[in-house]
Ligand binder design. Sequence first.
Ligand code: PEP
Length: 251
Amino acid sequence: MRTKVIAGNWKMNNDITQTTELINGLKAALAGKSLNATVVVCPPFTSLGTAQQLIAGSVITLGAQDVSLYDSGAYTGEVSVGMLKAVGCTYVIVGHSERRQYHGETNEIINQKAKKVLAGGLIPIICVGETLQEREQNITDTVLTTQTTGVLAGLTAEQVERSIIAYEPVWAIGTGKTATKEQAEQAHVVIRSVIASLYSPATADKVVIQYGGSVKADNAKELLSQPNIDGALVGGACLKADSFASIITAV
Ligand code: PEP
């Protein structure tokens, strides 16, 4: 039985004051609720320390939005796995489509980052997903197969079982367009069957595969009730405590 994981990707939003307000608001919104999901918040690097202090003793866990390929040294602007671990992160998003689009991240780079995260004992949330053009060309399954194979290359079955895959159709991210539950479920089935053929059905069965792309309180329940959708990676709707809490409690 896979535990559902609901992760909020804050992107480049919230300074320390706003971080304090949002985490306190989320804690209040979740207080007294019995939850069926793991809750993750992924603030910007500058807010991780504040968030770590505020989530202590709560159900909320911490993730980062990206990580360096390197351990330390002359890599201006980069943050290592060790640093993320020291500030209390358990999860790291790797290969978000915005990293692919604006920072030239390829499947190979994402694969190396996932390996770094796993070697450091953290859990990568590895993003895959087709563009609108690719969906319209009916090559979604091929794109997902290539991306999933590429980002998992060289990982052991045990490492894959510890990883989270986020299926994020690029056309649904921040656009208000959500994949239908059928489209999302079908993509998750494709990703899980790629993992089954690369590893084994037993390994594929253990991997948490999240959906991401304009998840909101009013569509979370139907998406999250699909058999292969094991959680959500949430952008816009995680920036308000009440709407993120409604997605979490929809599980
Ligand atoms: C995301 O950025 O991962 C995302 C899914 O964003 P949104 O929920 O705003 O579409």
